[in-house]
Ligand binder design. Structure first.
Ligand code: BJW
Length: 348
């Protein structure tokens, strides 16, 4: 593997040493070395799953069983995974720098297990103002899908019999776009997204909102010139075959299902969290912004580095792909490679 430029590391570390208010914007690449799939890499989650059916309110209304199968697998994988040296390096930084805040898009619980406190789902979250802000929620918090207010922390696997790993008969073919059972598409592609989006527009009708999903998600793939798998004329309509009555019912109202407390496309981030983040940026100048393992394609997270820059911060990117440092400017640091190797090295 390519080593880092020692003079860049030295300059970064000199700046880090004087930095008090530090913000890290974190994405799925942080957990890649723990064995968890990212979303938009060529073999990522969105290459194998249809985002409209899985991570939107309309997808939930259409087939909650399909959504739960996806999240049940994600929970199981996250429970089996261990935090990697990058998670621990960030937890150490948090201890050394009280002015540090981590804005994580990850829902896998690995930063918490490395020692960073969140406060998500905690009634005192505001009072605590935790250093770790879970922008997109947490796989291990369940919440009433009908907003009755019920919420619980739950690490059980399976959550209910129908979601057991062994229950293969009921498992849907959640692989998208005509790809046969057990076969993975060679690469995510713009065409794949377009075909799926077109199909889902038919399925979801008025509930389908492009919300820049198909176009904006596809564009970077096109730029990368990734291979397009052949799209058959008919994209299969996917159903889990799971009855909602076999899923977890909300004990709060007995009138709704429980869903994972994660933020889907078209849903707002938790208001108290957004307010805490805004207040943190308002409070004072910012010294340093770390952008770690994120493609920067999802908002509002994608805008936080610019916000830090406006408050005077210098920006350091840590990413496997140079192309994903698309908002970098002269004077930024760009550390290309595996976060699990780079972060412990540069954070010292
Ligand atoms: C490595 C590595 C290694 C690999 N080491 N690096 C402004 C403009 C345009 C659109 C919008 C806008 N504002 C809002 C929108 C709409 C939408 C949006 O952003 N669309 C875009 C696609 C354009 N945003 C929303 O809908 C958000 N809500 C919202 O804004 O609400 C407003 C509202 C207000 C009031 C009422 C109603 C609404 C919500 C977005 C929620 C996103 N949710 C998901 C799923 C969460 C649950 C789950 O996990 O299943 O979050 S989508 C998915 O993407 C997930 C991730 O957290 C998120 C970001 O992905 P991430 O982490 O960057 O992963 P990848 O795969 O993209 O990148 C991995 C990176 O790691 C790559 O760069 C690799 O190179 C790198 N890497 N290995 C270092 N070892």
């Amino acid at each position: 593997p390519r080593g880092l430029d020692p003079s860049a590391v030295a300059a970064f570390q000199a700046h880090l040493a004087q930095s008090k208010r530090i913000v890290a914007v974190i994405g799925a690449g942080l957990s890649a070395s723990s064995g968890l799939a990212t979303f938009r890499d060529s073999n990522g989650l969105w290459a194998n799953h249809d985002v409209h059916l899985i991570a939107t309110p309309a997808g939930w209304r259409r087939d909650p069983g399909l959504v739960w199968q996806f999240y049940s697998d994600r929970r199981r994988n996250a429970l089996k995974a261990e935090p990697n040296p990058a998670h621990y390096a960030l937890a150490e930084l948090a201890k050394k720098k009280p002015g540090f805040v981590a804005l994580s898009q990850n829902v896998d619980g690995l930063l918490q297990r490395a020692g960073l406190e969140d406060g998500y789902g905690n009634a005192n979250a505001n009072a605590n103002n935790p250093q770790l802000k879970l922008l997109h929620g947490n796989l291990f918090d369940l919440v009433c899908a009908n907003n009755c207010g019920y919420t619980e922390q739950n690490f059980k696997d399976p959550l209910c019999p129908v979601l057991s790993e062994e229950n293969v008969e009921n498992r849907a073919n959640v692989m998208g776009a005509g790809i046969k059972d057990g076969e993975k598409p060679p690469k995510a592609s713009a065409l794949l997204f377009e075909a799926i989006a077109a199909k889902n527009k038919k399925i979801l009708g008025e509930n389908f909102k492009t919300s820049a999903l198909s176009a904006a998600d596809a564009a970077p793939l096109k730029e990368r010139g990734e291979d397009a798998p052949k799209i058959p004329d008919t994209v299969p309509v996917l159903h889990s075959g799971i009855q909602p009555s076999d899923l977890m019912q909300c004990p709060g109202c007995n009138n709704s299902l429980l869903r994972p407390r994660v933020v889907w496309f078209g849903e707002a981030l938790a208001q108290d969290l957004v307010e805490q983040v805004d207040a943190w940026f308002e409070e004072d100048k910012v010294d340093l912004c770390l952008v770690i393992g994120t493609s920067g394609s999802v908002w509002p997270a994608a805008g936080y580095a610019e916000q830090a820059r406006k408050k005077g911060a210098r920006v350091a990117y840590v990413n496997m792909r140079q192309e994903d440092m698309k908002r970098s400017q002269e004077g930024d640091w760009a550390f290309v490679g595996d976060a699990a190797i780079i972060l412990p090295e540069i954070l010292g």
